[in-house]
Design a protein around this ligand. Sequence first.
Ligand SMILES: O=C1O[C@H](COP(=O)(O)O)[C@@H](O)[C@H](O)[C@H]1O
Length: 235
Amino acid sequence: MTAQPQLERRTFADKPTLAKELAEAVADRIRTAIAERGVAAIAVSGGSTPARFFQALGKTKDIDWTKVIVTLVDERWVDETSDRSNALLVNEKMLQGPAAVARFFPLYSGGDEPGVTEVAKTNALLADLPEQFAAVVLGMGGDGHTASFFPGGDTLTEALTSAGPAIAIHAPGAGEPRITFTLPRLLHTDGLYLHIEGEEKAVVLDAALGDGPVEDLPIRAVLRSGTPVTVYWCP
Ligand SMILES: O=C1O[C@H](COP(=O)(O)O)[C@@H](O)[C@H](O)[C@H]1O
């Protein structure tokens, strides 16, 4: 059954303000999870949008970063020397200063292809994550993909429905082979955020809120999941 979107849209004047506010919201989730469960795991997106948010969050001092685990919602199957690596972005922009002592769980586990052995290796590491994320911060591409749930993805249905935690996916618009957390695994979170910037992405989000198949705009799977999502947007 398709659930009604439970969306809160927060609009900010500019990118620095959005980054600061989103960092404060995620920092609150981290502090609460540590207080309640002794540990906080967050999953964040890569791509071109989150750098400012990462810098703002990583500078936050009133968090016990030794109790924080950071992972990615998805990864391009490249090692950390590649400027396409989402892990590189997190390490360079977030895991500096106060946040340098946080633990990082990478999704890339070596080689050119996320085959059965490689994905099993990643999933063995991810088994050590707490069951519940404190926060999951999604992004969205202009084609309506989120995490690595791409239109035309060869394992898209499984990615949107299986327990995971992570699976390989290949898609025409993805560039490299990918690995992604599955949607059911990402929805085990205290807070779910969608961080998008620019008019073009606002138009895609509005289209995704309309009728149509999930396969055309996979972000619809998130919007129709029944899980509350807070959208952080600025022009
Ligand atoms: O490839 C990816 O793209 C999306 C969107 O990235 P952006 O550059 O348009 O901000 C991102 O959310 C995802 O994590 C990443 O792997």
